[in-house]
Design a protein around this ligand. Sequence first.
Ligand SMILES: *Cc1c(COP(=O)(O)O)cnc(C)c1O
Length: 392
Amino acid sequence: MQNPLIKYNEEEITLAHKINNLKKEAGSHSPSIFTFKQKLPELNIKIDACFLSNPYATDLFLNYFTKEIINTGKIRELLEFYPSQNQVISEILSSFLNVNYKNIFIGNGAIEIIQAVIHNFTKKKILINIPTFSSYYEFVKPGIEIIYNTLKKENNYQLELDKYFDLIKSEKPDTIVIINPNNPDGGYIESHDIRKILETVREVATVILDESFIHFAYENDNFDPISMADLVTEYPNLVLIKSMSKDFGIAGIRAGYAVMDEKRVKELLDIGFLWNSNGLAEYFFRLYTRADFAYHYNSVRIRYIMETIEFIEQLKKIKGIRVYPSRANFILIELPENIKSIDFVTALLLKHGIYVRTCEDKIGLDGEYIRLASRTSKENKIILESIKNLFK
Ligand SMILES: *Cc1c(COP(=O)(O)O)cnc(C)c1O
């Protein structure tokens, strides 16, 4: 595959141009499958390996939802009435998370919390590791300085602690952002290192720790996820942010929460966010804390992790691409120098109906990259065969 565009017929070339334009219009977040279906109905998308969710978790949620809400007619209540207020939902999560409800803030997706936290608590200077999830720098208000800590390719984009601490000492940011595991590379910081960071950066006013992919990570053979949520009493500068979209496969219902110092929760609630949830999200949060759901969720979580590990092993065998280590449910892949990321993504979409994410817009990546989500094992097999086919 020199330039994948060479093999296209005329129809495909037109379509390739349209795909590229849609991508450009979408900015730093990829166009959704809905957008593609609406704007390019001639495109036959079979697998969405762009969005980063556990498909088995979505199935599990839908089973519960169908049985308890749809089949019982309770859906009417969820739609007709107001959902519970922010702090009422916090109370539901409190014992499950082992933190006081006053430390919990509910968001309409984690994205709302990122915006609220950065707009209200970042005063002068924010330190962001790149590559990263773009909202962390896009939501920074004018007048606030952004310092980037560029993670090194030679180091597989892992955070180097000593260098990081030196940078914090010299730049004195009031806010730092750590995503664990990181998006877009899946790099994971072990919990003892997170502890070390928290211990070292006590002077930093706001330490954002985004654990949106933590249910895919593990440090032992039982694949137990390790959350730092209950450390907020020990480290009052910690702001832990958690999206439920990816690991529970429910991005459409917009559910996220944060754990932070109670003064901060109060400060945010005083300016709004009263009914920022919705009936579906409230149902989900109640489910999340139930033992029966947790039991079933853990089994689909572990199944998915094991299949993802296998997927990564198979990807590593493909010659020509470089697979970065990941403890999330997606894989950062570096393409050979002569292949542009957008051409690869377009070829995979046009020839195989598989949608993956280009990383063209990701700052801090050196080279041509795609980010590939792990899907069901059946879909992963198709993805593997299709990528191999492109490299023939
Ligand atoms: C997707 C994502 C979010 C936003 O999640 P929502 O809950 O859907 O708003 C936040 N942080 C990271 C790192 C993400 O990848």
